[in-house]
Design a protein around this ligand. Structure first.
Ligand SMILES: Nc1nc2c(ncn2[C@@H]2O[C@H](COP(=O)(O)OP(=O)(O)OP(=O)(O)O)[C@@H](O)[C@H]2O)c(=O)[nH]1
Ligand SMILES: [Mg+2]
Length: 466
């Protein structure tokens, strides 16, 4: 049974992560919060009542046998000035798995039920303290991997996306009112509706804003989810060495034996503030080794998912047919050419540059992973490549995927409305249908219109206790 939509229940959860810590928190929300606190908490100075938003020192006592469980601080917060807008109690304990479990157990025995993932935040939303986009922003803040991702989430939490959506909705409502009066007075409909004026308004002051927000999704996504950066090249050119250098740890095995990396390796890194999924692949070559063969196939798959491929060659060796073949595999994807091992002298750097020039590449970067030469420049180049190819500037507001889809739907309805308005005798009823659908799509973003399924989908990604 799904308890999510039983708002009359009092819910409780351990709000801190499992494991040892300085403090652990048990959170309770709902009508019974205060009664439960009174049942299980014995303040150091006995008292009948608790003031709201005031911290009390005392002991948690098992009501069954009056045994003390822990020395704690506890707070009662009277609604509505709370996270959920319900009565809330928080108990700060000496952490530890057993203590927390024990306290939660007696809280549950005293009338609460375990909270579902995200249920506290769901209540904040259902009780109107935050809208749906703000609830999603809380989750985005928790999972932010870079400062930029955090800023973006914070802007949404502060209501910047909601403001934009509401102002777009209001403009559309004004248009709708005008169209509806045309429906009510059909004899004068065309004059009342003023199709040209309405079209102009939609085209100039509504669509561009929606289109801009859709564009911001992609830019925000790069900062929120990160990019896939794949290192590719022949065996032994130094791919795994580069992975380790970027990560600043000996993550991948490096040996002078070609074919060392047989599967791909993935690690998270942060390059110039961009969250990056760094992928080291098996060196590409014709091979009879079954394991290596699979690794080579997997590497090729990774090329397709890459936002950028670092194509690496070894300048201490002559350009070969093998390098050329690999280049053919990756050239259709965004890539950057790295000429590695320039520390080895003599080398074939001149020959390599010539050959790349012949292949139509004028931009290459000479590096030595071992000596660390030009690795800082490499980071900057990666950032530039990603940001210029995707046209990234940091937007102020970046919708998530769900919100972007809703904006796209709204845009399509408005385009339909424009099409009708451009006809010689536009039918106000038809225009109204499209505008109304556009308004509904915008309403979905802030959660004025939702389904139980959607809410379950969103809040189940939260952790328990949030
Ligand atoms: N001199 C020199 N040697 C390097 C450099 N980068 C890597 N190497 C050496 O080249 C050899 C191969 O390096 P790896 O990083 O294992 O190469 P790989 O491309 O991952 O090889 P596979 O996993 O077999 O495809 C090792 O002995 C490294 O120490 C460099 O910049 N200069
Ligand atoms: Mg390797």
């Amino acid at each position: 049974m799904d308890f999510r939509f039983y708002p009359e229940d009092t819910i409780a959860a351990i709000a801190t992560p499992p494991g040892k810590g300085a403090i652990g928190v048990v959170k309770i929300s709902g009508e019974l919060s205060l009664a439960i606190l009174k049942k299980i908490f014995r303040p150091i100075k006995p008292r009948e009542n608790f003031e709201s938003h005031k911290l009390y020192y005392g002991f948690i006592v098992d009501p069954r046998d009056s045994k003390i469980i822990d020395e704690v601080l506890a707070v009662y917060m009277k609604k509505p000035k709370t996270y959920t807008r319900e009565d809330v109690v928080e108990i700060y304990t000496h952490s530890g798995y057993y203590i927390l479990k024990k306290i939660l157990e007696i809280v549950l025995l005293s009338g609460a039920r375990p909270a579902q993932p995200g249920e506290f935040t769901l209540r904040a939303y259902l009780n109107g303290r935050i809208d749906l986009s703000q609830a999603e922003a809380i989750q985005e803040m928790v999972s932010a991997k870079t400062e930029t991702a955090l800023d973006l989430a914070l802007n949404t939490l502060m209501g910047k996306l909601s403001e934009k959506v509401n102002s777009l909705k209001n403009e559309l409502l004004e248009i709708l009112v005008q169209i509806e009066s045309a429906i009510d007075f059909p004899e004068e409909d065309i004059e009342i509706m003023e199709p040209e004026k309405l079209s102009k308004k939609i085209k100039e002051s509504i669509l561009p804003i929606i289109e801009n927000l859709i564009k911001n999704y992609e830019e925000g996504r790069i900062y929120k989810e990160g990019i896939n950066l794949v290192i590719a090249g022949k065996p032994n050119v130094g791919k795994s060495s580069l992975m380790n250098a970027i990560l600043k740890e000996e993550r991948a095995i490096v040996t002078p034996i070609p074919g060392t990396t047989r599967d791909f390796l993935e690690e998270e890194a942060n390059i110039e503030g961009l969250p990056v999924k760094l992928i080291d692949t098996a060196g590409l070559r014709e091979t009879e080794d079954i394991i290596e063969k699979i690794g080579v196939e997997r590497a090729k798959k990774k090329f397709k998912e890459a936002d950028l491929i670092l194509f690496m060659v070894d300048v201490s060796e002559k350009p070969s047919e093998e390098d050329y073949k690999i280049y053919q595999e990756i050239k259709e994807f965004p890539h950057l050419v790295l000429l590695n091992k320039i520390d080895i002298k003599p080398n074939y750097l001149g020959e390599w540059k010539e050959i790349f020039y012949k292949w139509g590449i004028d931009e290459t970067l000479e590096i030595s992973v071992i000596k660390g030469t030009n690795l800082e420049i490499l980071n900057k180049k990666i950032f530039e490549k990603i940001t210029s190819e995707k046209g990234v500037t940091v937007p102020e507001i970046a919708p998530n995927l769900r919100q972007k889809i809703a904006f796209e739907n709204a845009k399509n309805y408005l385009l339909n409305a424009l099409e009708e308005l451009s006809k010689p005798n536009p039918l106000p009823e038809l225009v109204a249908v499209e505008i109304r659908a556009g308004i509904s799509s915008l309403s979905e973003i802030i959660g004025e219109i939702t389904t139980e399924d959607l809410l379950t989908q969103i809040f189940s990604t939260f952790c328990i206790g949030k």
